[in-house]
Design a protein. Structure first.
Length: 165
């Protein structure tokens, strides 16, 4: 068992220590600073990404809140517009109903006036016809009564006496 890898000699051990020391010095001088610099750069990039993510999250929350406010405002405006439209339609319907009622009242009043006018006209025509018929009848009766001369004179005298009273 004299394997130099398992039981190294003192000379081998010394040169291994020297090689390891040189390696540590080279890595310490040029390797570790570059490695630490890369790690710091990566750490900084990760921190920046986290900060950007936090900023984006805060901005997103702010946008969501703003969008919710806009949505609430839009709903309020929509409700206001609907209420105004409903009020306007009710006003239009009420105005139309009122105009229709006024027009109906005016038509009814005109019809009443027309009926009264026609009634008066009919009564006037009826009176005229009755007067004409009465005159015709009186004329015929008088003609029949006055055909006898002495009787006619007596009727005329009697009417004159009554008229003077």
């Amino acid at each position: 068992m004299n394997n130099p890898l398992i039981n190294p000699g003192i000379g081998t051990f010394f040169w291994m220590l020297v090689s390891f020391g040189v390696l540590v010095l080279i890595l310490g001088k040029w390797g570790w600073p570059m490695l630490l610099k890369a790690l710091k750069k990566r750490e900084s990039a990760i921190a920046d990404a986290l900060n950007a993510a936090e900023y984006a999250k805060a901005e997103m929350n702010q946008l969501v809140a703003h969008n919710e406010d806009l949505l609430k405002q839009a709903k309020l405006e929509r409700d206001e517009m609907l209420r105004n439209a409903r009020l306007a339609s009710e006003k239009i319907v009420e105005d139309a109903r009122q105009r229709a009622t006024e027009e109906a009242d005016r038509i009814v009043e005109a019809a009443r006036e027309n009926i009264n006018y026609e009634k008066l006209k009919a009564m006037h025509d009826l009176k005229n016809q009755i007067a004409t018929l009465s005159i015709d009848i009186a004329e015929k009766v008088l003609m029949a009564e006055l055909s006898d001369r002495p009787k006619a004179e007596e009727i005329v005298r009697h009417e004159l006496e009554n008229a003077q009273l």
